[in-house]
Design a protein around this ligand. Structure first.
Ligand SMILES: NC(=O)c1ccc[n+]([C@@H]2O[C@H](COP(=O)([O-])OP(=O)(O)OC[C@H]3O[C@@H](n4cnc5c(N)ncnc54)[C@H](OP(=O)(O)O)[C@@H]3O)[C@@H](O)[C@H]2O)c1
Length: 261
């Protein structure tokens, strides 16, 4: 699936799913811009992209501000002259009960990172995506489709909002030749638990321990699988697909609600 001469901007590309997406696009010939805050991790991803394709444009930015979206998009246009694909992937997972002291803080932080940032990036990148008749992919979650875990009202609400924002954008931008879709992963083995909750890697590993037994397929996904689906949806092979939510969850949602023991 060649993305030769295509320009792709990936948010949250310093880790996990976003890093895998950036590396796969680079391997398929795309010019890639990678956005995140952690410069050390961005440098590692940049090196991997260069090994398999070309050196990406590294943009150090916090997606929670509109100014960062302006900076990321303008630097991408200055460097590459256009933008074909926007991947809104940056996200966090904060746990809080609505009855907890920190409920509103967790909600605000989650909504601004997982949803408002996507609105800002879409608003600012929109004219460039329209000009290239490109497409946008938002990395959502099965949490948009069901309340999959306890004390995750903020995360679930942010992802449900993201799915509906995607449908709104798909309809609004379809006459301009732009497609907009979500990918809704179930559990994927990344550092999201340690990154979002500040727990150490050993605690995170313990939380993933046995998680494959919970899915009907008896496995959980790796970031590269989500990246493969992303490249398909971004490609002309998916030219008839817009406003869709693609679940990649090893069948877990078929079981209904999960218990967070
Ligand atoms: N892993 C799963 O099981 C799973 C399942 C369903 C959906 N997802 C979704 O997949 C996406 C990626 O998650 P992941 O599992 O790959 O997690 P991850 O490894 O923790 O990666 C999250 C990425 O988002 C970036 N990010 C977070 N806050 C940011 C901010 N304020 N500004 C800029 N970048 C920010 C992080 O970069 P910096 O820290 O360097 O800024 C990092 O690159 C998220 O939207 C998540 O909700 C994950």
């Amino acid at each position: 699936m060649s993305f030769q001469d295509k320009v792709v901007l990936v948010t949250g590309a310093s880790s996990g799913i976003g890093a895998a997406i950036a590396e796969k696009f680079a391997a398929e010939g795309a010019k890639v811009a990678i956005v995140a805050r952690n410069t050390t991790k961005l440098a590692e991803v940049s090196k991997k992209c260069e090994e398999v394709g070309s050196k990406p444009l590294v943009i150090v930015a916090d997606v929670t501000t509109e100014e960062s979206a302006r900076k990321a998009v303008s630097q991408t246009i200055d460097q590459f002259g256009k933008l074909d694909v926007l991947i809104n992937n940056a996200g966090i997972m904060k746990f809080a009960s609505i009855l907890d002291e920190n409920a509103i803080e967790a909600f605000d932080h989650t909504m601004v990172t997982n949803l408002r940032s996507v609105v800002c990036f879409t608003h600012i990148a929109g004219p460039h995506i329209v000009a290239s008749k490109g497409n946008i992919i938002n990395i959502s979650s099965i949490a948009a489709l069901g309340v999959v875990v306890d004390k995750a009202f903020a995360y679930c609400t942010s992802k449900a909002g993201l799915d509906h924002f995607t449908r709104c954008m798909a309809l609004e931008l379809a006459p301009k030749g732009v497609r907009v879709n979500t990918i809704n992963p179930g559990p994927v083995r990344t550092d999201i638990i340690s990154n979002s909750m500040g727990v150490d890697k050993a605690t995170q590993d313990a939380m993933y321990e046995g998680s494959e037994n919970v899915t009907p397929l008896g496995r959980i996904s790796e970031s590269e699988e989500v990246a493969d689906l992303t490249l398909f949806l971004a490609s002309d092979k998916a030219k008839g697909i817009t406003g869709s939510s693609y679940v990649i969850d090893n069948g877990i949602i078929l079981l209904g609600l999960l218990k967070n023991e």
